[in-house]
Design a protein around this ligand. Structure first.
Ligand code: ADP
Ligand code: 5GP
Length: 211
């Protein structure tokens, strides 16, 4: 029997390093799947439809919600963001773990859903607010107005840190990546996540009996 895939939720204030850490985790374990969200925000330079996001108009997004196609959805920074359900269910059933880069509202909705037992939630904190702003500016992909809006919202996002299973302070990116891998390895090793164990131990017992 195969174990169900985990739902690995990463949240943080914008610019703390979620996408960077998610990309590193996926390079380390190519079996991980990334949940591509739908959003009504405009693509940033270099973003491709279907890769970072599915870029939708408001009516298209609302139609997906109405059709029950979203696992969760929320308004973030004045735009709609949501997680399409289909790919998540497919990955779970195939035993593949999925990474979600979603805000606290999405994290809360999934944690309160029927999938709660499959969730591992991780909150990423910046080492300081000054560093957070430097990183947002350094990414050089958003206007001053967008950056100011995200900085203003970051306090609210940070206030939800205690709702998460794990918290990583992303000072050094290599150290943060190592912590993330450790969490994933530990969660995969939980007894209730290894459905083959009964049979495996039966095999060990047979070996005892044959001695
Ligand atoms: P988020 O996805 O949380 O909005 P990003 O992963 O896009 O954040 O990171 C924002 C910026 O900060 C990027 O330019 C990224 O390269 C940089 N960054 C991420 N982690 C660190 C770190 N530990 N130290 C310095 N810069 C970092
Ligand atoms: P960005 O515009 O920087 O890509 O993302 C802005 C915020 O929206 C981030 O906090 C990100 O985690 C969040 N986000 C991205 N996709 C989703 C989603 O599908 N659902 C929810 N609830 N938040 C999302």
């Amino acid at each position: 029997m195969q174990r169900r895939g985990l739902l690995i939720i990463l949240s943080s204030p914008s610019g703390a390093g979620k996408s960077t850490l998610a990309k590193r985790l996926m390079a380390w374990d190519p079996t991980l799947s990334f949940s591509v969200s739908a959003t009504t925000r405009n693509p940033r330079p270099g973003e491709t439809d279907g890769v970072e996001y599915y870029f939708k108009t408001k009516p298209e997004f609302e139609a997906m919600v109405d059709a029950g196609e979203m696992l969760e959805h929320a308004e973030v920074f004045g735009n709609y963001y949501g997680t399409p359900k289909g790919p998540v269910e497919t990955a779970m059933m195939a035993g593949r773990d999925t990474i979600f880069d979603i805000d606290w509202q999405g994290g809360q909705q999934i944690r309160r859903s029927a999938l709660a037992n499959d969730v591992v939630s991780i909150f990423i904190l910046p080492p300081s607010i000054a560093d957070l702003e430097t990183r947002l500016r350094g990414r050089a992909q958003d206007s001053d107005e967008v950056i100011a809006n995200r900085m203003a919202q970051s306090r609210d996002e940070i206030s939800h840190w205690a709702e998460y299973d794990y918290v990583i302070v992303n000072r050094d990116v290599d150290a943060a990546e190592a912590e993330l891998k450790t969490i994933l390895m530990a969660e995969r090793s939980r007894a209730n996540r290894q459905p083959g164990l009964n049979e495996f131990v039966r095999g060990l017992n047979k070996e005892f009996e044959a001695r």
